[in-house]
Design a protein around this ligand. Structure first.
Ligand code: AHR
Length: 646
């Protein structure tokens, strides 16, 4: 490998190159990053009509002691369903309540993680025509282990009354539930029941352990909230940002009909912007452009989706909400939510995977004109792939989905089993490292918004997948004059509800691990914003090797490094010689120079809850750091040499 390390050979890599794509898929948000423990907190998941399905709430008691139903008596106009409990038993008399009382419990998302010594804030709305005495408890999964409990005793809750209590857990249980019970005869209504750990990431409601993993990725941007989630199978089930802001109690929630689950929308548009700010990532707002998988708004009727003068103006309002003055119409809603300063929103993606659809171009142009006029600083990402031919509409970026191009389908419209067959295998993704070598150097730049090895090469996150992706990322780095952003997909999976394989971060109520692909991304983003140097690989069988060289300053130790990354995608050992031009013989310090390797004994090795670090990068000291070096690359490995510059 010949590296030209002279300053003149360098080209800065965009700070935004390595980002993340957060989609509400696999319970990434509801039952994932959003720390809310209660699932279906407003009892709306069964729909706005009654009788409704209160799942996963369940009943404690039998028909002689309790009747549970739903009605539309809530004090919240946008989510009218409330839970009604007709308690038939009492503390004494002919029908005595069972020990512990009767009521309902919520198991959260496959069990709540309750940890000893930690505090949990429970908020709920209660109404009853009698005085009430209600126990609120966190218990084990069968209700027997009492983790924390408190009583609400109130003489007058004849109007809906908000109640807040803080519970401190005296024991740990990763599969806990929240119970609301009573031993008093009468009728009680509940609505909007929430339980949140007191400690969340930066105090903003995000699960701390999962957020820390995101922060470790040092994302240059965060694309949200989808994906297909933005589109919906039908427009009526698409993501509507206005329904996701303001007080959480007033958010109606919605059923995501692509990934087939309900979200209470605690994690809404505001929280996405907050997350971006907390992670130091540029927000990329993917909005619905009037197109879902199965229906579309005709361009002639698209005005309510965008126009400033129109009642239903959706998108311009979303930008005013994010960027407007604190006292502007929508900026003041943001201010009321505790964030008077505008968010730094500079990128919008018009739709997701909609390029081939009848109204895409027409709708795109309407959004483009309206937004550009009101917010000239906004950069547009088109769904159409401009890597092989010029776009026929103006855009700053074109979206390049690896899987989209290969399948020629909007992949998410298919059943998962079919999707797996048509997704990109490891060899294809590795070879796509050269995808942009001959792309046009003028015009819009590429945003690789979703990439991943899928199918049998990937399993649920294999070394093989990570190596192929590393090769692809090296290719992007080398082409970062035309590729400005890239994000792996999907980011998260709750192991209890895998809708898509593989994913970068796997979790359940209390455990988590990164797949080899996660670790690879983490490694690449560590040196974000570095300078790409000219390098040339001379090899006998070059197709299984790819390398890049960059100069970067490590913010952890504030020192300068030359980083050389190489993927050996083949099954042979490779004897490597590195020659670095443009630097003096003793430029590198042995003490402080390191070598990092990601490999494993089996190509299909994965991490797991049991072995979270089976396939992770291993760092060791590099004693022979020099402008002329030799090393041996293991088969199927990723190696990085970090040469500390004196
Ligand atoms: O990442 C999962 C899905 O893949 C996304 O929702 C969609 O954009 C793509 O087809």
């Amino acid at each position: 490998l010949f590296v030209n390390a002279s300053e003149a050979s360098g080209r800065k890599i965009p700070e935004t190159l390595f980002g993340i794509f957060f989609e509400e898929i696999n319970h990434a948000g509801a039952g994932g990053l959003w720390a809310e423990l209660v699932s279906n907190r407003g009892f709306e998941a069964g729909g706005p009509n009654t009788p409704s399905n209160i799942d996963p709430w369940s009943i404690i008691g039998n028909e002689s002691s309790l009747v549970v139903s739903t009605d539309r008596s809530s004090c919240f106009d946008r989510n009218k369903v409330a839970l009604r409990m007709d308690v038939l038993c009492d503390r004494d008399g002919a029908n005595v309540c069972p020990d512990g009382g009767v009521g309902v419990y919520n198991p959260g998302f496959w069990g709540m993680n309750v940890e000893q010594g930690k505090k949990y804030k429970v908020v709920l709305y209660i109404r009853s025509l009698q005085s009430v005495n209600i126990s609120i408890s966190l218990t084990g999964s069968n209700g027997l282990q009492m983790l924390a409990t408190a009583n609400i005793i109130a003489a007058d809750v004849s109007n809906w009354t908000k109640t807040e209590i803080l519970l401190e857990a005296k024991e740990t249980n990763h599969n806990a539930r929240l119970q609301l019970t009573t031993s008093r005869r009468g009728v009680v209504w509940f609505d909007q029941v929430s339980a949140m750990p007191l400690d969340t990431y930066k105090g903003h409601g995000f699960r701390e352990d999962l957020s820390t993993m995101l922060a470790d990725l040092k994302p240059g941007f965060i694309r949200f909230p989808g994906g297909c989630f933005v589109e919906g199978e039908w427009l009526r089930n698409a993501f509507r940002w206005k329904e996701t802001i303001g007080p959480w109690e007033e958010r109606p929630g919605h059923f995501g009909d692509v990934w087939m689950y309900w979200t209470d929308e605690g994690l809404g548009y505001f929280e996405f912007l907050q997350l971006a700010e907390d992670l130091g990532a540029a927000p990329v707002w993917v909005f619905n452009n009037g197109i879902s998988h199965n229906d579309q708004v005709d361009t002639s009727s698209i005005a309510p989706f965008l126009q400033a003068s129109h009642e239903g103006k959706e998108i311009l309002d979303s930008l005013e909400f994010a960027k407007g003055a604190p006292d502007s119409a929508w900026g003041s809603v943001r201010t009321a939510m505790g964030h008077p300063e505008p968010f730094d929103l500079r990128y919008v993606a018009v739709g997701n995977e909609d390029c081939g659809k009848k109204n895409y171009r027409g709708n795109y142009l309407r959004f483009y004109d309206a937004i550009r006029h009101a917010y000239p600083d906004i950069k547009f990402i088109s769904n159409c792939d401009g890597s092989t031919q010029q776009l026929d509409h103006p855009a700053h970026f074109y979206d390049y989905h690896v899987r989209y191009e290969l399948s020629h389908f909007a992949a998410c419209t298919f059943e998962i089993s079919i999707v797996l067959q048509i997704y990109s295998d490891a060899n294809t993704v590795f070879s796509l490292a050269h995808k942009f070598d001959h792309a046009s150097r003028s015009g819009p730049k590429a945003f690789v918004s979703e990439y991943a090895v899928t199918g049998k090469d990937a399993g649920t996150g294999s070394l093989l997948a990570a190596l192929a992706e590393a090769g692809f990322l090296i290719g992007l780095e080398r082409n970062s004059d035309v590729v400005e952003m890239a994000s792996y997909a999907p980011l998260f999976v709750n192991a209890n509800d895998r809708r898509w394989n593989p994913d970068a971060i796997v979790f359940n109520s209390y455990q988590l691990y990164g797949t080899p692909s996660f670790w690879m991304q983490r490694f690449f983003s560590e040196s974000s914003g570095g300078t790409l140097l000219n390098s040339t690989l001379q090899a006998n069988s070059s197709s299984s090797l790819i390398a890049s060289a960059i100069a970067w300053k490590n913010s952890k130790d504030n020192k300068n490094y030359l980083r050389i990354k190489i993927v050996n995608f083949g099954s042979n050992i490779v004897n490597l010689k590195i020659s670095i031009d443009g630097m003096k013989q003793n430029t590198f310090q042995s003490l402080g120079s390191t070598k990092t390797i990601l490999t494993s004994s089996n190509l299909m090795d994965e991490n797991s809850f049991k072995e979270p670090n089976k396939v992770t990068p291993i760092k060791s000291l590099l004693e022979n750091a020099s402008v002329n070096m030799e090393d041996v690359l293991s088969p199927h490995s990723f190696t990085s040499f970090d040469l500390l510059i004196e």
